[in-house]
Ligand binder design. Structure first.
Ligand SMILES: Cc1cc2nc3c(=O)[nH]c(=O)nc-3n(C[C@H](O)[C@H](O)[C@H](O)COP(=O)(O)OP(=O)(O)OC[C@H]3O[C@@H](n4cnc5c(N)ncnc54)[C@H](O)[C@@H]3O)c2cc1C
Length: 399
């Protein structure tokens, strides 16, 4: 009788964990389970909020807004997603907003999920077994058995940590894999501290807002040059959710890193006073940047603020796309190892799947363990990779 093959537990069902699982499946490692906390769906920082206001449902992309493609390996994944009808090109207009003036970015090839950004993880999740909502609170390496005990879910041959932030730091603290834990130690800061060789993350606020009438602005998405906000997007236009006879418009507004840090509170328990203050400040910044009189801004019919505590990495690993410790059958993948974007997360997930596959075939090689960190250049949101040499047409050929 054929043996079932090695089992893999992946803790985190964002793009990195889902791509890792899918690639493992392609490589013949099919006993893979992805555990994810997502109550509404998988995807982590690539997901969408569905909100009912006055009998109408609004979709908000409340984290990743779109993605770019600069890497051949990622281009193949996007081609697959495209073939499944899960992604499309966002035609915009997208550009830069400063003091009331909008300038359209030329040559930006931006992709979005077909229904919303949630379409991306939903499609990837069809390729593996995903358990959610599940919070994995405890993992332990059993050196004699050479297996990982994963909470109450049993024993697995391999463990993949596909998330970061305080959760991963705590989860691996007493797991019996100190070298892996060392890399997961995290520091929160609005600005990279160059001399600190440690993962550094910044926090961002997001405001979801519904206006009763269209703001009649000329753009759908804009990077904003302002002290308090960095990005605004018209979700009604972007996601094509304008219903006949309904003129309301929903927008997503991101704070700057400095604002995120200055107004940091417990993520799961935002005090109402802070929520009101952040809402007012972000709305005022939006009006100011778009050249609107804030008193003339229609009173929103809905607002919700959310704090992304572990929003964006400020540094990434130098010299490896993932981490793998051969002696302990454990690896790490995620955007913070490659580049703080969807493409970075996917490339990291792919790389870790390849490392595990090589290990299953008998190769005993560590990856990324001795690497240092290097800074991420550019703004927290929006320094997404491009490659002028890659002429990418997901329906056709990649050149
Ligand atoms: C506000 C914001 C805007 C962004 N905009 C863009 C953009 O426009 N374009 C772009 O390319 N990138 C953007 N990014 C970055 C992009 O979203 C990330 O790079 C990418 O989604 C990271 O994927 P990941 O799989 O590495 O991690 P994550 O998406 O964070 O996935 C980790 C998953 O693990 C789960 N998890 C954590 N702990 C546990 C546990 N103990 N048990 C089970 N599950 C657990 C989490 O809930 C989460 O679902 C943005 C990020 C933010 C925060």
């Amino acid at each position: 009788m054929a043996t079932p093959g090695p089992s893999v537990a992946i803790v985190g069902g964002g793009v990195a964990g889902l791509v890792c699982a899918a690639r493992l499946g392609q490589l013949g490692i099919t006993q893979t389970t992805v555990f994810d906390t997502g109550r509404h769906g998988p995807g982590g920082r690539c997901s969408t909020r569905k909100i009912d206001v006055g009998g109408k449902t609004f979709l908000f992309d409340h984290s990743a807004q779109y993605f770019t493609v600069s890497d051949d390996r990622f281009a193949k994944i996007v081609s697959f997603l495209h073939s499944k009808g899960a992604v499309k090109v966002w035609k915009g207009p997208i550009g830069v907003l400063k003091g009331g003036r909008f300038e359209r970015s030329s040559n930006l090839q931006a992709f979005v999920g077909t229904e919303s950004m949630q379409s991306v993880p939903e499609c990837l999740a069809t390729l593996s077994r995903v358990e959610r909502p599940v919070w994995v609170g405890n993992v332990v390496w059993e050196p004699m058995a050479k297996k990982w005990k994963v909470d109450k879910y049993g024993y697995f041959d391999y463990l993949v940590i596909a998330h970061n932030g305080k959760c991963a730091d705590r989860l691996m603290g007493n797991s019996g894999a100190p070298r892996i834990h060392d890399l997961l130690r995290v520091r929160f800061t609005p600005k990279l501290i160059h001399k600190v060789q440690q993962m550094q993350l910044c926090s961002l606020w997001v405001l979801l807002v519904v206006f009763p009438a269209s703001l009649k602005l000329s753009f759908e998405g804009a990077f904003v040059e302002d002290a308090d906000i960095t990005w605004v997007a018209n979700n009604t236009a972007k996601l094509g959710q304008r219903a006949t006879g309904d003129n309301s418009e929903c927008w997503t507004i991101f704070s700057s890193r400095q604002f995120g840090t200055a107004h940091k509170v417990p993520q799961e328990n935002i005090p109402p006073g802070k929520a009101d203050e952040v809402t007012k400040r972000l709305l005022a910044a939006f009006a100011r940047s778009a050249g609107l009189d804030s008193r003339a801004l229609p009173t929103p019919t809905f607002t919700k603020v959310q704090l992304w505590g572990a929003a964006v990495p400020l540094n990434v690993l130098d010299g490896a796309d993932c981490v793998f410790q051969a002696s302990h059958n454990v690896g790490i993948c995620g955007d913070w190892l490659v580049s703080p974007c969807i493409e970075g997360a996917a490339v990291s997930g792919l790389a870790l799947a390849e490392s595990i596959h090589r290990h299953v075939r008998g190769e005993r090689r560590d990856t990324g363990l001795g690497c240092t960190f290097k800074p991420v250049l550019g703004p927290a949101i929006g320094s997404f990779p491009t490659n002028s040499k890659l002429v990418f047409n997901p329906g056709g050929k990649t050149g």
